[in-house]
Design a protein around this ligand. Structure first.
Ligand code: FAD
Ligand code: NAD
Length: 404
């Protein structure tokens, strides 16, 4: 009898967690497992702000997928999925087609521009390794060019970060540590550098504990960040951004670099493939399958699950994507073995927001913490993710061990 074929799209937190768990649970003759990913490496999306600011080399945030999969049980295909034909149980890759019996969609999120004019064209988004490398190099280029021009353009040294959510704040934390290094390297007066964070909501880190938000803002302000809170960005141009000022006025902020960190949506393949979705995120059933598609699981940033306590969606995080991966693997095995599927319930252990590699603010197991203690905890969280996917050897290879 033909073995069922399981295809997993995406080797991020959700996809790799599903694959590494599945390869342990499934017998060699029970199923064919195929993992498809754009690159032959996995990157830690949660570390991309560091690679973008240049505080961590991009090779430190990625590792070879082949190092963590059991090649006797999993076939890896380097490829980009462009559409899922659910009626035909088929995935179209750029250069071939793949049939499946069971499918896991774990292709992550994309930057949400909310249709703001010029954002796609002129702003950078911290979305993958290629994007992170470009941001780092663009900022370096601005510093390197500053002193070479007869008429110095100070706005070259202005960096605008759009959005003071977790991504924006974590990127700022790295940036304030990187800028003094850049100033030394390129003989630039640090007083000429401006780092401006523009946030539409009435507070940074909306919804987070106010005491911890205050800590984050004051630490960043003390290192030179100027916050423009309650100020929606309305447009991005080659010269900078336009923000709302009063009822119907706009103000221009000139900047050599604009980094847009104002939210995420699911992967475009979700909408292209005809799944019913909100901002390309599918409200999945409790067992993580897409409604109406009994052989398709959707996990990670492409999925939407509701926090019943507040009747609002959980924010998409690596923490949830990894937990979904574990349940998804078990549910795939149950489907193959004709057993009952289990319901997914997130177990939120906490949230820590880094402020550079030596500082952080967060809540872990209900306890608030800031400073080096929180920063240590953040590194433990990062190392734990490596451990869960690649075991102790991956932690030794890629882990964060800075001691204060
Ligand atoms: P990802 O981990 O992003 O992986 C998606 C994978 O799919 C990638 O390997 C990609 O190359 C691949 N892919 C994409 N499209 C295709 C395609 N068409 N075909 C084939 N392959 C494809 N969350 C936390 O819990 N804690 C944090 O501290 C944290 N920090 C963050 C910091 C930053 C800077 C950012 C941007 C996000 C952070 N998040 C954090 C959120 C977290 O990173 C995401 O929620 C998580 O990565 C989602 O996991 P995923 O498996 O859905 O997608
Ligand atoms: P987000 O949606 O959490 O924050 C985006 C911010 O941009 C919000 O504060 C929003 O008010 C603001 N914004 C939206 N439109 C704007 C506009 N026009 N002008 C100015 N500001 C605007 O998005 P994110 O920070 O990219 O995070 C994405 C996901 O990743 C979230 O679920 C987050 O929890 C998760 N994440 C977690 C961590 C962590 O746990 N340490 C770190 C990074 C990201």
């Amino acid at each position: 009898m033909r073995k069922p074929r399981i295809v997993i799209l995406g080797a991020g937190y959700g996809g790799l967690m599903t694959t590494t768990r599945l390869q342990k649970l499934v017998g060699a003759n029970e199923a064919d497992i195929i993992l498809v990913n754009k690159n032959d490496y996995h990157y830690e999306t949660t570390w991309l702000h560091e690679a973008s600011a240049g505080t961590l080399h991009h090779d430190r945030v990625r590792y070879d997928i082949k190092d963590v999969i059991d090649r006797n049980k999993v076939d890896f295909i380097k490829g980009t999925a462009v559409e899922i034909k659910t009626a035909e149980n088929k995935v179209l890759l750029e250069d071939r087609e793949l049939d499946y019996d069971y499918l896991v969609v774990a292709v992550g999120g994309e930057s949400e521009t909310f249709g703001i004019k010029g954002m796609k064209e002129y702003a950078f988004a911290i979305s993958n390794v290629n994007a992170a490398r470009r941001i780092r190099e663009h900022i370096e280029y601005q510093f390197a060019t500053y002193n070479t021009e007869a008429e110095k353009k100070d706005e070259r040294l202005t960096i605008v970060v759009g959005g003071a959510g977790f991504t924006g704040i974590e990127f700022l934390g790295e940036l304030v540590n990187r800028v003094p290094e850049l100033c030394r390297e390129y003989d630039v007066d640090i007083n000429k550098v401006k780092i401006i964070c523009v946030e539409a909501a009435p507070s940074a880190l909306p919804g987070f504990d106010p005491e911890l938000v205050k800590y984050a803002m004051s630490r960043l302000e003390s290192k030179g960040v100027e916050f423009r809170i309650g100020t929606p960005i309305k447009e991005c141009t080659p010269e900078g951004i336009l923000v709302a000022k009063g009822e119907d006025e706009l103000e221009e902020i000139k900047a050599g670099t604009v980094v847009w960190a104002a939210g995420v949506r699911g992967n475009a393949i979700i909408e292209k493939s005809g799944f019913e979705a909100m901002r390309a995120r599918v409200k999945v059933q409790p067992d993580l399958r897409a409604p109406g598609h009994d052989n398709v699981f959707i996990i990670g940033d492409c999925s939407l699950i509701i926090n019943e306590e507040i009747n609002r969606p959980y924010p998409p995080t690596a923490q949830i994507a990894m937990q979904q991966g574990e349940v998804c693997a078990r549910n795939l095995v149950s489907l193959i073995r004709n057993k009952e599927l289990e319901a997914f319930k997130p177990d939120i252990k906490g949230t820590v927001c880094s402020l550079g590699d030596d500082d952080a603010t967060g809540i872990v197991f209900g306890k608030k913490m800031v400073g080096t203690r929180a920063s240590f905890m953040k590194k433990m969280v990062d190392n734990r993710a490596l451990y869960k996917i690649g075991g102790a050897s991956l932690v030794l290879k890629k882990g964060k061990f800075k001691v204060f």
